[in-house]
Structure formats: structure tokens, C-alpha cells
Design a protein. Structure first.
Length: 285
């Protein structure tokens, strides 16, 4: 009892000190090596004010800065991957990651509005097995496109992935064809699909639904590609440019349509949605 009382008093006494220490915490930018106040870095949604480095966001953080407040309604929140190949320790590893991240798999999908315009949105999260695409991720993305097709809604997909999930083998690779098929049906119905590539977008995700957007956006200097630099160089026996697979290189070559900074992403998406006829619903009088 006295110990609990002591802890309460100690917490009250040290409360201001704790807040001050938090204000002094710093973040070292991995690109320019500048020390930034952590609070400032978080305030800028994990963007370095010195070199414009765009740090990785969780799916929840991405949703919170993109869609209208309290407008997000999640799809298929209970889906969990099985172990089709009986891969050793795969269920245990997934359980550990679910506990650590609060995620059920590497993508969150649902409906929302962006400045009033209705969308189906999907956000991949690199914290979950490097955003790899297994059976559940593929199924959730496919269902999201099917819902958008049935309800004449646009799709905005934020990609961040290391590619196919090796623990699910051929089952994972099949998701490339499945998601691509769902994108094609959505396109044939006249639906708009906007891809936003974030760091990193690689492997089987790049080779499937991520590259099929009507409009492909990328954040500055994010990694976009299929195979790794060393694999490509050893295959073609040539030295690749220093900026190979960065968003700016992809934009120069025409693969990416536009590069948009994080602080402008929400407004850019809203503008594109309205430009394609997806206006906010009129309020009933």
C-alpha cells in the first residue's frame, strides 16, 4: 500500500521533469545526420526539416493524416494468415508481431473520405514482416477493389513492402495475379485507382497492383523497384546509376507520374479525386 502511495507521489513530483526530458529528446536523421528535436520531427509527420527525409509511418499514422477525422471504416479486420506450407515457427512469429504492432497483417483496408470525397483506401505497414504480401494481404486488397467496383468508388493504395512473403511460397505469389485481376475489373468498370508508393515499394508488390494505378504518386526519394541493386548489377554486368530505383529516377523515366511531399499529400489526393468527379456528398438540408 505504502509503495503504491510512494509511486503516485513520485509520479506527481517528477511529472514536469518527465515532460521536459521528452522535449529534449532528439532524432538523428539517417540521411543528413542532423540531430532534430524528436517532438519537431513527429510534428512534421516524420519528415526531416533539414533534408526533407521522409521517415516510415505506421498504417494508423498514415490513415490519421490522410483521411477525414473519424471517417475510416475498416474492412476484414479479423483475417489472419494460416500456415499453408507448415513453415517452421511461422504461426509463433506472426503472433509475436501481432502482439507487438497491434496489426493482424501487413495491410489495413477500408472506406473513408478525403476532404469529403469518398474512397476505398488501403495502407501497407512495413512493421509487419516488412509489409510482405501473403494470402491475407492479397485477399484484403482484392476485396477492397471488389467493394470499390461494386460501389463505384475510387481506390487510393499506399504501398510499402519488401515483396512476396517467403513463408507462404506459391500461395504468396498467387496474390500478384489475384490483386492484378481485381484492379483490371475495377478499371474496366471506369473506376479511378491512385497508387502512392512509400518507402520501400519492392518485389512482388511493385510487380503487381502497385504499378497498375491510373495515377502513380511517390514520396520523395523512396525506394521503388523489383530486384535489389546487387542482383541486377550481377545479372547485367553493369554499374547502375547512384539514384537507380529512387522515386526521382522513376519519375524521370516516366514510371512515376508525380512526386508529392507528405505535407501536400492529402490536398493532392483531394484535388485528384475531385478532378475525376468524386465530389463530397451534398449534405441534406
Amino acid at each position: 500500500m505504502f509503495e503504491d502511495f510512494f509511486n503516485v507521489v513520485k509520479k506527481r513530483f517528477n511529472g514536469d521533469e518527465d515532460e521536459k526530458s521528452k522535449e529534449k529528446e532528439t532524432f538523428r536523421c539517417p540521411r543528413c545526420q542532423t540531430n532534430i528535436l524528436l517532438g519537431r520531427y513527429e510534428e512534421l509527420h516524420r519528415v526531416c526539416p533539414n533534408c526533407n527525409y521522409h521517415g516510415r509511418l505506421s498504417a494508423q499514422e498514415r490513415i490519421s493524416i490522410t483521411v477525414d477525422k473519424e471517417s475510416f471504416r475498416e474492412f476484414d479486420s479479423g483475417l489472419i494468415s494460416g500456415n499453408p506450407l507448415d513453415f517452421p515457427d511461422y504461426p509463433e512469429k506472426q503472433a509475436e508481431i501481432r502482439e507487438k504492432t497491434g496489426l493482424k497483417d501487413s495491410v489495413i483496408t477500408g472506406t473513408a473520405t478525403i476532404k469529403g470525397s469518398p474512397v476505398v483506401i488501403g495502407v501497407m505497414d512495413s512493421r509487419y514482416m516488412m509489409g510482405s504480401m501473403g494470402s491475407v494481404a492479397g485477399e484484403k486488397i482484392t476485396r477492397a477493389f471488389e467493394y470499390a467496383t461494386e460501389n463505384n468508388l475510387p481506390v487510393v493504395m499506399f504501398t510499402a513492402s519488401g515483396g512476396a512473403r517467403m513463408q507462404e511460397g506459391i500461395v504468396s505469389l498467387m496474390q500478384m495475379a489475384k490483386t492484378s485481376g481485381a484492379v483490371k475489373l475495377h478499371s474496366e468498370s471506369g473506376g479511378l485507382y491512385i497508387t502512392v508508393m512509400t518507402d520501400p515499394t519492392t518485389g512482388g508488390v511493385t510487380a503487381s497492383f502497385a504499378s497498375l494505378g491510373d495515377i502513380i504518386i511517390a514520396e520523395p526519394k523512396v525506394l521503388i523497384g523489383f530486384a535489389g541493386r546487387r542482383v541486377i548489377e550481377s545479372t547485367i554486368k553493369q554499374k547502375l546509376p547512384a539514384d537507380f530505383q529512387l522515386a526521382e529516377f522513376q519519375h524521370e523515366k516516366g514510371f512515376v507520374d508525380m512526386i508529392v511531399e507528405r505535407r501536400k499529400m492529402r490536398s493532392t489526393l483531394s484535388h485528384l479525386l475531385k478532378l475525376h468527379g468524386y465530389y463530397p456528398a451534398e449534405k441534406e438540408v
